[in-house]
Write a protein that binds this ligand. Structure first.
Ligand code: HEC
Ligand code: HEC
Length: 346
């Protein structure tokens, strides 16, 4: 009996020790897991690379309110409701930086995430960058101010101010899955085949009335928002739009934008217009009156780098201003090839 009893006791003790050991093991594993000991950095990096920058989530709404996220959200706000914060009638004299009531979002669609509409996914990693317009290396802040002075017909934002920092934070966040060189399919615009003829303004007008006027108005003045400064459908010419120094006043650039983005809903994979139609429309819109950029003669210190459809002189070639505005562009491009050995694509 005593032998049996002590056997039982030993087995029970061993059992308890085994259980305690297992529990201890579990606790150790749990702690190791919660401190991330089993996640290798290698996997982390791989994961980041695997996320397709075009398929990632760019909805700021779901970000929590950490200080960094607040900055990103403010950048998004400024981008989509620009006139409310920076426009001529925002209500705060010292905050008027835009000269018109456009929003960045009017040209960089879906808050800068739509392919081939000057898409900004990856943009932070594409800067600093050489710019022909200034003939020097420019920063992302310089580039944003380029759109402030031209597309927004306004003035530069202070590079260290709250608003510039918010724009940069938002673009940084949009670039988080982009490769090192910032090159993402859908950046910039999609090339069109430039017709080997001048713009046909009559065709442009007809197309405008048929395909564009329903939203932008027969007079091209768009429809303002009801309760805030800004537009439901932005104007395409007149006082309250981009000035003649903006990228959108170049017929080739505007045609590329229009082809893959307009009428609203068109896209790279599902365009509505032909290259020829986009070209005539771009020429028609850009022949209309719009604000004039001050000191345009200081743009492009090296005139050979000026895009051929820049609508204002001087030029490093003998072609008339009208041909730079309406084409045909092929003879101008051929000239740069022959005289300077420069291949022009825009
Ligand atoms: C009227 C249309 C228009 C508006 C409005 C506009 N932009 Fe742009 N933006 C352009 C065009 C066109 C380009 C490309 C120009 C070129 O190819 O030279 C561009 C280029 C850029 C780039 C560089 C993109 C790249 O891939 O290198 C940034 C950054 C940018 N814009 C930011 C802004 C911000 C911020 C705002 C608002 C404050 C704004 N833009 C408003 C038309 C516009
Ligand atoms: C269904 C309405 C609709 C139609 C039709 C339409 N657009 Fe637009 N367009 C818009 C909207 C909306 C925007 C601004 C995009 C945004 O804010 O999301 C815009 C922006 C633009 C812009 C850049 C912003 C600016 O102020 O210049 C141009 C250029 C443009 N449209 C040209 C055209 C042309 C050319 C046509 C005809 C082929 C056309 N649109 C047809 C709704 C329309």
């Amino acid at each position: 009996m005593t032998i049996k009893n002590s056997n039982k006791g030993r087995i029970r003790r061993q059992f308890i020790i085994l259980i305690s050991f297992l529990v201890l093991l579990l606790i150790i594993f749990y702690l190791l897991f919660s401190y991330g000991a089993f996640e290798s950095d290698y996997e982390d990096i791989e994961d980041k690379e695997k996320i397709d920058p075009l398929a990632a989530d760019y909805e700021t709404y779901y970000l929590d309110n950490s200080p960094e996220n607040k900055q990103i959200k403010y950048g998004f706000e400024l981008f989509t409701n620009t006139a409310k914060y920076l426009g001529p009638s925002n209500g705060k004299e010292e905050m008027i930086y835009s000269g018109n009531n456009l929003a960045c979002n009017n040209c960089h669609l879906n808050a800068g995430t739509k392919p081939y509409s000057g898409m900004l996914i990856g943009v932070i990693k594409r800067f600093p960058q050489f710019r022909g317009r200034e003939n020097k290396i420019g920063t992302i802040e310089d580039r944003i101010n380029g759109c402030m002075e031209r597309s927004m017909n306004g003035k530069e934002l202070p590079p260290n101010g709250k608003e510039m920092k918010a724009f940069v934070a938002y673009m940084n966040w949009l670039s988080r899955h982009a490769p090192e060189d910032g090159k993402v399919e859908g950046m910039g615009y999609a090339r069109i085949e430039i017709p080997d003829r001048a713009v046909d303004l009559e065709k442009g007008e007809k197309l405008f009335l048929k395909k564009c006027a329903s939203c932008h108005g027969q007079d091209g003045q768009g429809i303002p928002l009801k309760y805030n400064p800004g537009y439901l459908y932005p104007p395409l010419w007149g006082e309250d739009t981009y000035n003649n120094g903006a990228g959108m006043t170049r017929v080739i650039t505007a045609a590329e934008f229009i082809k893959t983005n307009m009428p609203y809903g068109a896209s790279f994979n599902d365009p509505e217009l032909t290259d020829e139609e986009s070209y005539d429309l771009a020429g028609y819109i850009n022949q209309k009156e719009r604000p004039v950029k001050s000191n345009p003669e200081f743009d492009f210190p090296d005139l050979k780098k000026k895009p051929v459809s820049t609508p204002y002189p001087p030029y490093a070639d003998p072609f008339p201003v009208s041909q730079h505005q309406l084409g045909p562009f092929q003879p101008i491009m051929d000239y740069y090839q022959k005289e300077y050995g420069i291949t022009k694509i825009k």
